[in-house]
Ligand binder design. Structure first.
Ligand code: HEM
Length: 404
């Protein structure tokens, strides 16, 4: 048993038992952040805050939501929206946060790609980030099932159908996932469990892992400069704060992060109060009806790009292309063969690759929302083939890159 002395304060009492000073030093006071970064590096903190808003608003919604095919729709659209005081506010916060979180995730991902923050020791940051992306996607999809509207039902039908594997006809697998021949009570129950328990727990664990992966390599910086963190931290601690290339996370850097978070929250609550409808599909205000297929079934905007990679091809190649799109971003640190962890504008052909990928994904998103007819289906097909081609050429163009 360790030696304990009579505590002089509550802080001292806790410190002797939980080493809170050491924990604070490791994760905050002596966690070093490069000075040469811009507001894009605040996206991670914005994601943490948005996840917090989703958790809190979700807990309030859970007090009135009923996971039952007969009452789910009314519990959301009638009870929460009209009968519960401020129920509408919690629903709007939850709906807007669920949509905006993907916008921020995409900005965060493309910032990482632009600055090469997945290379040279930062591979695990990228991989844990991608695990978060996949888990957030599952969380959003399972949440979309809960109001049991027309789009909940039919999106549930279409997405679970994908597991039949096209001409493999694995219908038994689809029924096993649904717990029935078509989406019904068993389906709603299990997606409810995933949405409120298993997936949020997984997200919390993955956020912990993502933070742990940042601790040793530290975050990157705008020039991709390799910083000697120990030497720079020593300068900072010796009082040469101006000369050091780093600052401490708490409270110095966090105060800057909080300013960006504050501006974001103004934008966020503007959407909550004045434009929440962008996050809610009108079709989902109709009660789920298994006998009435909507004329046009499409997912939420953040899944449109991968949906459009599935759609223009015949069933089997479409499923292969879709599976490819789901996993290929995981491989980015290994497909980029260049030795340079530098921003894209300093790198040769990668600069064009980056912008081509970004524009291609925006085009795929636009086409995914439109009916697959005429010119739209041709543009969708070209964009889907371009997406795959860009990944195929990535190792070749980056291998040729000169070392900077
Ligand atoms: C959705 C939950 C996520 C949270 C809460 C989160 C949080 C953070 C935080 C706080 C940072 C440090 C500050 C910053 O650079 O912004 C960070 C860095 C990073 N994240 Fe995430 N992240 C998430 C998702 C992702 C995803 C989906 C990816 C990409 C696959 C990703 C990749 C990265 C990378 C590469 C860095 C290092 C940036 C650098 O070194 O400059 N993260 N993340």
């Amino acid at each position: 048993m360790a030696h304990f002395t009579k505590a002089t304060s509550l802080h001292d009492w806790l410190n002797q038992r939980l080493a809170i000073d050491t924990v604070r030093r490791v994760i905050a006071k002596e966690y070093w952040i490069p000075k040469d970064i811009n507001f894009l590096w605040a996206m991670g903190m914005i994601l943490v805050v948005t996840f917090g808003l989703l958790l809190v608003s979700g807990i309030f919604l859970l007090m009135y939501y009923q996971p039952n095919v007969a009452t789910a729709f009314d519990s959301v659209n009638y009870t929460i929206m009209t009968e519960v005081e401020f129920g509408w506010l919690w629903r709007h916060i939850h709906g807007v946060a669920a949509s905006v979180v993907f916008l921020i995730i995409y900005i965060h991902m493309f910032t990482g790609i632009y600055y090469g923050s997945y290379k040279k020791g930062r591979e695990m940051i990228w991989i844990s980030g991608m695990l978060l992306f996949v888990t957030f996607s599952a969380e959003a999809f399972s949440g979309y099932m809960l109001p049991w509207g027309q789009m909940s039902y039919w999106a549930g039908m279409v997405i679970t159908n994908l597991f039949s594997g096209g001409s493999l006809h694995a219908d038994g697998l689809v029924e096993w996932i649904r717990g029935d021949y078509v989406p019904g009570q068993a389906f709603l129950n299990r997606f409810f469990m995933l949405h409120v328990l298993l997936l949020p727990l997984a997200i919390l664990g993955l956020i912990g892992l993502h933070f742990a992966t940042l601790r040793i390599p530290h975050v990157n910086n705008q020039e991709g400069e390799e910083i000697d963190f120990e030497a720079e931290a020593a300068k900072y601690k010796a009082g040469d704060k101006r000369g050091s290339k780093v600052i401490a996370f708490a409270n110095d850097f966090m105060s800057k992060d909080m300013m960006v978070v504050g501006i974001y929250l103004i934008f966020f609550f503007y959407l909550v109060f004045f434009h929440y409808d962008f996050a809610m599909d009108p079709v989902n205000f109709d009660y789920a009806d298994g006998l009435k297929t909507p004329t046009h079934i499409y997912p939420e905007w953040y899944f449109l790009w991968s949906y459009e990679i599935l759609r223009p091809f015949p069933t089997d190649p479409g499923l292969v292309a879709f599976a490819f799109a789901q996993v290929i971003f995981f491989a980015l640190p290994f497909l980029d063969r260049s030795p340079n962890a530098k921003p894209a504008h300093k790198r040769g052909a990668f600069k064009f690759w980056f912008w081509a990928m970004l524009i291609d994904m925006i085009v795929l998103t636009g086409m995914g929302k439109l009916p697959p007819e005429g010119i739209f289906s041709t543009i969708g097909l070209v964009a889907a083939v371009t997406f795959i081609a860009l990944w195929v050429i990535l190792p070749f163009i980056t291998k040729k890159e000169k070392e900077l």
